[in-house]
Design a protein around this ligand. Sequence first.
Ligand SMILES: [Zn+2]
Length: 75
Amino acid sequence: MAKKCIYCGAEISEECVVDFCSKCGKSVWGEKMFNTIIKNMEDARSKGDLVSTNLLETPKKQVSTEVESENFPRY
Ligand SMILES: [Zn+2]
């Protein structure tokens, strides 16, 4: 059973560590960040962790720091 890209719906390899195709990944994060994400995901998987998409947010430190300090005032 093939997975599907969460962005464009294209079929992706089941052994792919992320839920999107490389084309979308690169357009979202840029090629360098995308490669870093893939590497992190593969490292995590090789350690036996079941990787969730939450891990994708880890490399974006600037964003998460900003969110934490704002503490989501809307909610
Ligand atoms: Zn895609």
